[in-house]
Design a protein around this ligand. Structure first.
Ligand code: EPZ
Length: 429
């Protein structure tokens, strides 16, 4: 049973987003830097001494949490869109539960801390709305590299005089697991091979930054990554890739409103699975100078979608695609293969009139002609995006509460949507 902490007690603002549906979205939107690339890259600063500078950092709650976490080790960190980090004078190697419980990706400091400091005490992140989110694969890989790892009082306690290169096989393709171990392996003695490694673009962005720091990595972007350990890494200046999940969310927004949106600063090569699926629904998607153009034509063909590790259809776009399919012209089967509980948006979409039946890991979505606006509650980051998309297309008013979920992963989404013609506003609770 999920026990929801009353967020207002933790002084999390209880803002609401109010949408009057029915507006076609038209115009141009600038896509921000990728949250899931910025997080591991900021953590990679812990591997070196001296000033690192990172450009195109998105202004998100999770990024602010990561900056607080990195600062708590004694590193110096400053800046917003361009962030500078100097971890020369680290005094601590402990990531507290207080910080880690608000952002699971905090586990990404584990590998760098053990590699650089020889010791780390990182709170177990705990689960979240979409699943148990274990980190057993991260821990096993560090043990394979010679670290002593203990689970004590809800913390991972790891120590190693110096990590040793090892042959790592991930039972499951894990994005942050691949990133954590790739970072740790950079300073290990000897060569590490990561098999069944994640292939996401964010893994490649991190590998490129690590190589600019002097790391010796081959195979990033494939499922076998080889890292030859070095004695030292050097500070770097780097740029975060665009956020493919934000871009995909806006493409689906164009589809669900029958709009015409130009997305600037996104990389079409990172969105091939989504582009193919949206074309199957009847949308026109074409590359333009510096990005993509997405055109919806009102009529939406119902299609089937199955989430897979990259380059398959991203689980982080499943909820948004489901919103689109609620107003498709037939039956859509949406299958979630990555997380065990990523259908929290279904009950809220149903409140808006959607016809969805969950059967195991699949949702049967029977398209209806029109959603109805309603008061709905965000439960997790991507579910929130899905409810906003539904609100844009619904007849009447949709009131989304607990929008702090969406602030974790989307930079001023209501401002960007309003600039495209949506009738959307944020109200302070
Ligand atoms: C990353 O999470 C992303 N987060 C997630 O984005 C994304 O949904 C996910 O990858 C899948 O693409 C960041 O990059 C910060 P996994 P991660 O390890 O690394 C199981 C968002 O919305 N597993 O690839 O935590 C796990 O339970 C977020 O931006 C283990 O069993 O996901 C899941 O079923 C949500 N043991 C599967 O692997 C482990 O040690 C894939 O998870 C690790 C993972």
């Amino acid at each position: 049973m999920t026990v929801w902490l009353r967020p207002e007690r933790n002084n999390i603002p209880m803002d609401k987003i109010i949408i009057q549906g029915g507006q076609r979205l038209c115009g141009e939107v600038q896509i921000s830097g990728a949250k899931n690339a910025a997080l591991p890259i900021l953590c990679s600063a812990l591997l070196t001494e001296g000033w690192n500078t990172y450009h195109n950092i998105p202004d998100l709650m999770d990024i602010r949490t990561a900056k607080k976490l990195i600062g708590s080790f004694g590193a110096e960190i400053s800046g917003e869109a361009s962030v500078r980090v100097n971890a020369a004078n680290m005094t601590h190697a402990e990531a507290s539960y207080e910080l880690v419980k608000t952002m699971r990706a905090s586990i990404l400091v584990l590998g760098p801390l053990v590699a650089r400091m020889g010791v780390a005490r990182v709170s177990l992140p705990g689960g979240c709305a979409i699943g148990a989110r274990p980190v057993n694969l991260h821990i096993k890989a560090l043990q394979d590299m010679g670290a002593d790892v203990e689970l004590k009082d809800g913390y991972v306690e790891a120590r190693a005089k110096r990590l040793k290169g090892a042959n790592i096989y991930f039972d499951i393709s894990t994005v942050t697991g691949t990133e954590n171990i790739m970072m740790a392996a950079c300073l290990a003695k000897g060569t590490t091979i990561l098999r069944n490694a994640a292939r996401e673009p964010e893994v490649v962005n991190l590998a490129d930054v690590l190589m600019d720091m002097g790391a010796k990595i081959t195979g990033a972007g494939t499922d076998v990554i080889t890292v030859e350990g070095v004695d030292r890494l050097y500070p770097v200046e780097a740029t975060i890739i665009p956020d493919r999940i934000e871009a995909g969310t806006f493409m689906i927004a164009a589809g669900i409103t029958g709009g015409d949106v130009r997305l600037k600063g996104c990389n079409p090569l990172h969105l091939e699975a989504l582009i193919s699926k949206l074309r199957d629904t009847g949308m026109d998607i074409m590359p333009i100078e510096g990005g993509l153009r997405a055109i919806g034509h009102g009529k939406i063909r119902s299609i089937d979608v199955k989430t897979q590790p990259y380059p398959g259809f991203a689980t982080d776009l499943q909820a948004q695609m489901m919103a689109l399919m609620t107003v498709g012209n037939g039956l859509s089967v949406i299958t979630e293969t990555i997380f065990e509980n990523r259908f929290m948006h279904v009950s809220e979409l149903t409140r808006m009139g959607a016809d969805i039946v969950i059967q195991g890991h699949s949702a049967m979505v029977k398209g209806i002609s029109k959603l109805r606006g309603a008061p709905v509650m965000a439960t997790d980051l991507r579910a929130s995006a899905s409810l906003i998309l539904a609100g844009l297309a619904a007849k009447g008013k949709t009131e989304l509460s607990r929008v702090y979920h969406i602030d974790r992963g989307y930079q001023t989404i209501e401002k960007k949507l309003s600039a495209l013609g949506a009738d959307i506003k944020r109200v302070r609770a």
